[in-house]
Every structure is written in structure tokens, then in C-alpha cells.
Design a protein around this ligand. Structure first.
Ligand code: GLY
Length: 617
């Protein structure tokens, strides 16, 4: 299939505006919303949004992390080695988005065989998690408020999966030891790095809660202040933790003193005097000792002659992106006007989110109907609920995955009766993509959930704990696939993706952004495959997100570019309240003929990422 590469003219002014726009002031809507940091002015940090060449490539949100990953490739390491080293470095420089206190999903395509496998390193609920009452305050019997009680709590801490993911990946596919690969990140933590605007903003946004947790305040608010932009930040505790994991492997984390420190911190968070409730959690040493990753095939969908490999449950990323694509494949998008394509994407995304809420949870606990969700006949039937001429009021109902024949019943197009699914997700998380000289590709999304995670640093260990269990439905319902259960993984939206053509990589990508990850990845794929944009343009393009909600949330530049065209369809459009007015900070690699690749990082959002190839030509 030929892909036409072009930037839609309508986007160009909006893109220019986005690129030139100053960092937008942040509305402080909740404790994880960044506030502006005004001084001192940042030193220029070299970042490359796009790089082209051969010999391998790394793209991430951070120049130090990309540099460390690239060095691994340059010294003969493979894509998995470089991905682990890059992720470890992100734990140092992006500690509020990812780190060893959290979890994630790693997807790998083997350059020789074309085989794709995934590692599910999602956090799991402690074995003693109460089912119905997990998120109820025992003092009152009422649900804990999301802010501030649940967000900053031991209660929301799931058993971390990141270190186990690294070990599994290296044992299966690595060519270097954990010790070698964690060393550069340990050095970075020990020697320090230059604080950038994003780091400072994220501390500032969390400052109220960080100040009330002794270990967190000591690390991230030295002298009670947010580290200044341009200053050097050091994390010797994390350096030592990395050294120890490097020497002893994952068992250093899941057993022994670090594990005991984690459990003690979850059960008795080191709260200073203040008004933050910080409920304790249920994690036990046994949960850490018995934690295991899941290695599985990806969820693969044929889309317009390509194979789209997505992340299966416990993430909803693969099935929800895949279902929306399955619906969109019923339409000749490449011959449609841009606004018609935008409308179709919004409607398909709402349909897929309706089914996600009804059917997708951790597949170790729930039978996820992946086959139906990606079935063209089911897609035909789901299309009956919407019109390609007019937006259907949201939220839409879920379809019936047990009984469908692809035909429309009379009256199928109707107003939904559902209620909006709970969604507390934020701009959290980070995504990196690596390829090596052997053509192996790693697409890896990792997180500690909210920006700043649970807000609790394990004392002396230098890393924040996740608050991933807030990704469960907070109200317990019998039929909810995402209700909390002991040992279960909360449903994720993370969507590391690799697209192949006859087994050869075409593009690998992913994004941060909670549940907006799904709509960002969907938009990237449609822009790249159907609208013929370059990956570079797709990553930079303005975004909107429709997750089966009454309103479509959009970036200001998207509203400027598309608002006028989309309103006649009846969509209710509004500016996103996400920090900075930004949706997603994606990274990806596009594979050209021969061994040439184009590595792409976000140019503007979150201060811009960094993409580099080994041999530039
Ligand atoms: N915590 C973000 C996600 O799992 O999608």
C-alpha cells in the first residue's frame, strides 16, 4: 500500500502557532496541575525533535535519557539493553512520570524473525485488598475523596512492576547485565543533572503535598524550595538503589531491605504535621516477593494491509485503539475531507470507549472479548449507533459482544443512556522507542500513575511510589470488569504500538496522558496511515480527545484549526483542562527503506523531547 505523505494545509498555521506559543500558564485545578515556574531562565538544553539515519535510534521525552540509551546502542548494545538504560535514566530526570516505584508495558519486535512479544509489568493490587470496601474510609464508611485522600496515599500503591520488567526483558533478549545498564543512570543520579522547566513545574504543582511527606520534601523540596530551573539536581539515594539492583538483580528490590522499606512506607507513610490524610495501604512483603510480569503476544489487528500490534489486557490500549481502527476501516478515510475524518475518529473513539468500560479489565480476572471487539462484523454493527453526518449525543451505550450480526436494528442510532465512566487520569506517564542496528524495536510505556505518583518517596531510596490503584473503578460493582480484587491489575490505557507491513516495522510509537493515550495513539495512526502525514507532523499536530464523554476536550490549537469545521456536526467542544492545555507528548520511530529510520520526539509539549539516531545521514 502506498502512503501519501503530506501535511494538511489547514494544520500549518495552527502548528506554527503551537510551536511559537510561550509555555501556557497552568490552571491550578488540582494538586497535580503544574503551576508556572518563572525563574531563573533555563539554560539552553539541546533537544532534537527529529533525527534521521541508520544504526539504531532512541526517542524519549528527555535528552539525558536519550543520550544514555544512544550510548548503549553505539557501544554495541541492542534495543532492549538501550530501552532499559533509557528507562532507568527517565527514573532520574522524569521521576514524577516514571520510575522503579511504578509499572509499565514493554513491546518488542524481533529484527530477525519479526515476532512481537509484550511484557505486562503493570502494578497489582495487594493480596489483602478488600474488595467492596477498598476505597471507603473506615472512619466514615464513605468513599475517600479522590483529592487529596486517594491520590496521596499508601492505599493506592500497587506492587511495582518496573524492575521485574527490566529483568525479564534482559533475561530474554538483553546482551548486557542489569549492572552495566543501570550504571549510567546511577551516575546521572549521583552527579546530578540540570533542572528543566518541566521538572520544576511538576515539583511546584505537587509542592503542597510533597511538603507534607518528610522523605519527599527532603528530596524534592530542598530547603523547602522547588529546585530552580538551571540548577543541578542530585539523587544519591536513587543512585545507591540502582547500584544495589545492578549488583543483585530484581531480587534486591522484591526481597530484603528495599522491599521492607517499601512496605513500611506504604503501611505508615512518613507524614509530617499537616492536614493531608494519607491513608495507609495493604501492601505486604509477600506481594513483592510473589510479583511477576506477564509475557504475552500482542493484540494484533490487520488495518488497511498493515499489522497493528497493540498492548493487550491488563491494558485497554490495544483493544480500544484496535476497536476504533476496526470501525474506521469501514470508511474510506483517505478520500474524505479532513473534517469528516476528524468527525469519524471522534465517533469511533467514543464507541470504543463505551465498550472498554463495559468489557475490559485484567484478563487474569475477566474474560476480555478481544475477538469481538476487533471483529469487522461487530464494527459494522457498532457503526449503527452513530452517524457519519452528525455527532451522536454522548455517552454512548456499550454494544453486545455476545450477539451481533453486523446489521442495524431499526432505531439503532439513538441517544446513549450510559453515564460517563469515571476518569481521573492526568498527563502522567512516559513513552520511549528504541531500535537497533539489527532491526529490533522496543516500544515501552511506563508510569507511576499521576504526575508525582502517590507523592511518597521511599525514605533513603530516592524513588516515588505509584498510586496506580486509582486506575481501578473506585466504586465496587459486581459487573464491572475493572473492579478491584486482590492481585488484580488496574485497567491501563497505555498503548505501546508497533505497526508492521508483512512483518517489517513501519512505525513504532506511543504516548503519555492517562486515558488520552488511547486517543493520541489512535490519532497518530490515522494521521500516519490514512491521512498520509509524516510521523513528525502527526506527533506535532494539535489534538482532541473523545472518550465517550459529553464534551470533546481539545487543545487550543485544535479548536483553532478544526473547531469551526466540527461544530456543525454537533460536537460539544471545549478546551482541555489538562496541564498546559496539552494532550500527549508522543515519541515514535518511522522505518524507511533499507535501514534508514526517522526518530521523532514531541517538539513542544512538556518542553519537548529528544530523538537521536546512531549514524546521521
Ligand atoms: N496510569 C496510566 C495508565 O495506566 O494508563
Amino acid at each position: 500500500m502506498r502512503i501519501l505523505r503530506r501535511a494538511p494545509l489547514a494544520l500549518v498555521p495552527a502548528l506554527a502557532a503551537l510551536a511559537l506559543a510561550p509555555v501556557a500558564p497552568q490552571a491550578v485545578a488540582d494538586p497535580t496541575t503544574p503551576a508556572p515556574v518563572t525563574e531563573p531562565a533555563p539554560r539552553a538544553v539541546t533537544r532534537l525533535a527529529t533525527d534521521e539515519g541508520t544504526g539504531g535510534a532512541v526517542t524519549s521525552v528527555d535528552p539525558e535519557a536519550t543520550r544514555i540509551g544512544l550510548k548503549v546502542l553505539e557501544s554495541g548494545g541492542n534495543a532492549v539493553d538501550a530501552a532499559v538504560a533509557t528507562a532507568a535514566a527517565l527514573g532520574v530526570t522524569e521521576p514524577f512520570s516514571a520510575g522503579i516505584g511504578g509499572g509499565g508495558y514493554l513491546m518488542r519486535l524481533d529484527g530477525r524473525t519479526g515476532k512481537v512479544l509484550t511484557i505486562d509489568g503493570r502494578e497489582s493490587a495487594p493480596s489483602r485488598s478488600p474488595k467492596r470496601t477498598m476505597f471507603l474510609d473506615p472512619a466514615t464508611g464513605d468513599p475517600y475523596p479522590f483529592y487529596p485522600d486517594l491520590v496521596t496515599s499508601g492505599l493506592a500503591v500497587g506492587t511495582p512492576g518496573t524492575v521485574a520488567t527490566w529483568e525479564e526483558a534482559l533475561e530474554r533478549w538483553g546482551s548486557r547485565s542489569m549492572r552495566t545498564l543501570l550504571r549510567p543512570a546511577a551516575e546521572l543520579a549521583r552527579d546530578g543533572f540540570e533542572v528543566d522547566r518541566t521538572f520544576a513545574e511538576q515539583v511546584e504543582a505537587n509542592a503542597d503535598r510533597f511538603a507534607q511527606i518528610g522523605s519527599t520534601a527532603a528530596l524534592f523540596l530542598p530547603d523547602g524550595q522547588t529546585p530552580a530551573v538551571g540548577s543541578t539536581f542530585r539523587n544519591p539515594g536513587l543512585a545507591k538503589t540502582y547500584d544495589q539492583i545492578g549488583r543483585q538483580g530484581a531480587k534486591a528490590f522484591y526481597r530484603g531491605r528495599i522491599a521492607r522499606n517499601i512496605v513500611r512506607t506504604v503501611k505508615a507513610p512518613p507524614v509530617l504535621d499537616g492536614d493531608l490524610p494519607v491513608p495507609p495501604g495493604h501492601l505486604r512483603e509477600k506481594d513483592l516477593k510473589t510479583y511477576d510480569v506477564r509475557v504475552r503476544k500482542p493484540l494484533t489487528l490487520d488495518y488497511r494491509g498493515f499489522e497493528v500490534h497493540g498492548m493487550g489486557s491488563s491494558s485497554s490500549g490495544g483493544s480500544t485503539v484496535g476497536q476504533a481502527l476496526a470501525i474506521l476501516e469501514r470508511m474510506p478515510l483517505s478520500s474524505w475531507t479532513d473534517e469528516r475524518v476528524q468527525h469519524a475518529v471522534l465517533e469511533a473513539s467514543a464507541l470504543a470507549f463505551a465498550d472498554r468500560a463495559a468489557y475490559v479489565g485484567d484478563r487474569d480476572f475477566v474474560k476480555v472479548p478481544d475477538e469481538a471487539l476487533l471483529d469487522p462484523e461487530y464494527a459494522d454493527e457498532r457503526l449503527c449507533a452513530v452517524s457519519m453526518a452528525q455527532a451522536t449525543p454522548k455517552p454512548l451505550d456499550a454494544g453486545d459482544v455476545r450477539r451481533y450480526d453486523g446489521r442495524c436494528e431499526p432505531g439503532a442510532e439513538r441517544e446513549g443512556t450510559s453515564v460517563e465512566a469515571e476518569d481521573h487520569e492526568n498527563t502522567e506517564t512516559t513513552h520511549l522507542v528504541v531500535t537497533d542496528r539489527w532491526g529490533t524495536v522496543v516500544s515501552y510505556t511506563l508510569t507511576i500513575e499521576q504526575t508525582g505518583g502517590a507523592g511518597i518517596v521511599v525514605p533513603g531510596r530516592g524513588f516515588l511510589l505509584n498510586n496506580e490503584l486509582t486506575d481501578f473503578s473506585l466504586t465496587w460493582k459486581r459487573r464491572d470488569p475493572n473492579r478491584v480484587e486482590p492481585g488484580k491489575r488496574p485497567r491501563s490505557s497505555m498503548a505501546p504500538t508497533i505497526v508492521t507491513e508483512k512483518g517489517k516495522p513501519l512505525v513504532a510509537l506511543g504516548s503519555p496522558g492517562g486515558s488520552t493515550i488511547i486517543t493520541t495513539v489512535l490519532g497518530l495512526l490515522v494521521d500516519f496511515i490514512d491521512r498520509g502525514q509524516t510521523l513528525e507532523d502527526a506527533v506535532a499536530a494539535p489534538r482532541a480527545t473523545q472518550r465517550n464523554t459529553v464534551w470533546v476536550d481539545a487543545e487550543p490549537a485544535w479548536l483553532e484549526a478544526w473547531g469551526g469545521d466540527l461544530e456543525p456536526f454537533g460536537h460539544l467542544l471545549r478546551e482541555t483542562t489538562l496541564p498546559g492545555g496539552e494532550i500527549g507528548a508522543a515519541t515514535g520511530i518511522e522505518f524507511l527503506r533499507g535501514k534508514q529510520v526517522i526518530a521523532v520526539a514531541e517538539p513542544v509539549r512538556r518542553g519537548g523531547g529528544d530523538a537521536r539516531v546512531v549514524d546521521r545521514r
